[in-house]
Design a protein around this ligand. Structure first.
Ligand SMILES: Cc1cc2nc3c(=O)[nH]c(=O)nc-3n(C[C@H](O)[C@H](O)[C@H](O)COP(=O)(O)OP(=O)(O)OC[C@H]3O[C@@H](n4cnc5c(N)ncnc54)[C@H](O)[C@@H]3O)c2cc1C
Length: 474
């Protein structure tokens, strides 16, 4: 057993915990990061499969994600643009396939008008919502009382329009059915990206990718932390008092002044706290749950859809694979498609035996892009729901009424215990950008607490306040 004394112990080596540790080290504090898995990166994870680069977890960055952009600039990591040339494909509820260009789905003109009405209303309200405090909106209580599904239908009677617009937040982001979360939760999602229009614009929200993969960002930070990162050390027990904490990993025990719990909120109760956390945290943490989405990768000899003038971007609000994109890594000549199967469709897929599941998913992809889609050389399903140290995808959100009721307390520390996660972020919520911003903000708060000073007021985590650290780890 290794026993360490540090200023701060960080539980979880995902982008948030690693960023916090990195910032604290730059501020001259000693840290130890205890990670349950045998790798860093958490919900960002990549592998090479038969020569194809597969991003199993988070991968895209959008222009507003300036917290992550500033971190990668510091680390010397570059980005490349997602392939976006050519027409898109839309699959209507009755299975009719349309090839289209431009921003509007190829649906009836009246439905386009209703979709635009819904988008305009979402944009109007989003502009009034502070992503750091959505509960402070004057109508927050009532917006948190109604499901997003029903709220959309208070504005439009067009079922197709409601389903299509609902998809961008339900299947597309929170990965839960639209009847399980509130209109306020949906507005947090859109305000975290600047506007609802940004969120529905796949060329904005899925703009670029990392050269060297998104997990590479965490790997680069971990390299700078060197021997302060301890893998295979799940923390299941934490002693704490106003004087400090002791975190127990498998073979590392850390005594520290403060602790950052940088695991997803649905896993807070995996740790046994001694003494127990206060009632407020006990209750709050039960209302934050993970969505569920299957990210499916299929690799082909060539990106055959490009030869047909297609971008690979496809939408089918009631299809098994609701979204499909060209996900070819910039240096590769093979063609890679990535698809998303969300919530109820994901449940249905996991009920099928493996071979049938594969057939059903490929058949769904073929409805968009033709028979060539049926025969990939690599077929891989990301299954974060089955991962003990995540238990869902992409992230956590509140149940109906939870955001207004518990949100105001979610980022408060409990004595020496601080929480940091992309799922507690305002801007960049549920994204790596939010993880980075939260990591920086938490580090600034803890550094000030240790120094006995006031943390920078309204610090947004966009730029590091503590300079840089060389890659040697020291
Ligand atoms: C399939 C998928 C696709 C996504 N796509 C995108 C995308 O395109 N763009 C984007 O920006 N974001 C995307 N995301 C979201 C993004 O990956 C997350 O927002 C981000 O990784 C969250 O970072 P985090 O550090 O807060 O948490 P995590 O990445 O979850 O890291 C938490 C870490 O804590 C560890 N841990 C858990 N419990 C313990 C314990 N008890 N003791 C020690 N360690 C523990 C975990 O193993 C993990 O390493 C996607 C996520 C998924 C799953």
């Amino acid at each position: 057993m290794t026993i360490l004394d540090r200023d701060v112990v960080i539980i979880g080596a995902g982008p948030s915990g690693l960023t916090a540790a990195y910032e604290l080290r730059k501020a001259g504090k000693s840290v130890a990061v205890l990670e349950a898995r045998d790798r860093v990166g958490g919900r960002t994870w990549s592998q090479n499969m038969d020569g194809a680069t597969i991003e199993i977890g988070g991968q895209w960055i959008s222009p507003d994600q300036t917290g992550l952009y500033s971190l990668i600039e510091e680390l010397g990591i570059e980005t490349f643009e997602r392939y976006k040339e050519g027409a898109s494909v839309y699959l209507a509820d009755d299975g009719t396939r349309s090839v289209y260009t431009g921003d509007d789905f190829p649906v009836a003109e009246s439905t386009v008008a209703e979709m635009n009405k819904l988008i305009k209303e979402m944009d109007r309200l989003t502009a009034q919502v502070d992503p750091d405090a959505p509960w402070a909106h004057p109508q927050a209580a009532e917006l948190d009382m109604i499901s997003f599904h029903h709220w959309l239908r208070t504005i439009s009677g067009d079922e197709v329009a409601c389903n299509n617009v609902g998809l961008f937040i339900a299947g597309g982001m929170l990965t839960k059915p639209a009847h399980t979360f509130s209109a306020l939760q949906a507005l947090l999602m859109s305000s975290s990206a600047g506007s609802f229009s940004n969120l529905v614009d796949e060329d904005f929200i899925l703009d670029r990718r990392m050269v060297g993969t998104m997990q590479g960002v965490s790997i680069a930070v971990a390299e700078r932390l060197g021997e302060d990162v301890f893998l295979n050390n799940p923390v299941l027990k934490l002693d704490w008092s106003e004087d400090g904490v002791t975190a127990y990993g498998t073979d590392v025990t850390v005594h520290a002044k403060k602790v950052i719990i940088a695991v997803p909120p649905n896993l807070y109760s995996r740790i046994s706290y001694n003494p127990p956390l206060p009632r407020r945290q006990h209750v709050t943490h039960q209302h934050q749950s993970m969505g569920l989405v299957i990210k499916v990768h299929a690799v082909y000899e060539t990106p055959f859809w490009r030869e047909e003038g297609l971008s690979g971007t496809c939408f089918g609000p009631s299809a098994i694979v609701q979204e499909l994109y060209d996900n070819t890594y910039h240096e590769e000549t093979t063609g890679t498609l990535v698809g998303f199967i969300s919530d109820l469709q994901a449940d249905a897929m996991f009920l099928l035996p493996e071979a049938e599941r594969k057939d059903a998913i490929l058949a769904s992809m073929a409805k968009f892009l033709g028979a060539k889609a049926l025969e990939p050389s690599v077929f891989y399903l990301s299954d974060f729901g089955a991962e003990e140290w995540t238990r869902g995808a992409y992230a956590t959100s509140y149940d109906l009424g939870g955001l207004f009721r518990f949100g105001p307390d979610q980022n408060k520390n409990v004595g020496p215990i601080y929480f940091s996660s992309s799922d507690l972020a305002g801007e960049g919520y549920q994204h790596v950008d939010g993880a980075v911003r939260m990591g920086r903000r938490t580090a600034v708060r803890i550094n000030a607490a240790i120094e006995g000073t006031e943390p920078a007021a309204n610090y947004d985590g966009v730029k590091s306040l503590f300079g840089t650290l060389a890659a040697s780890g020291n």
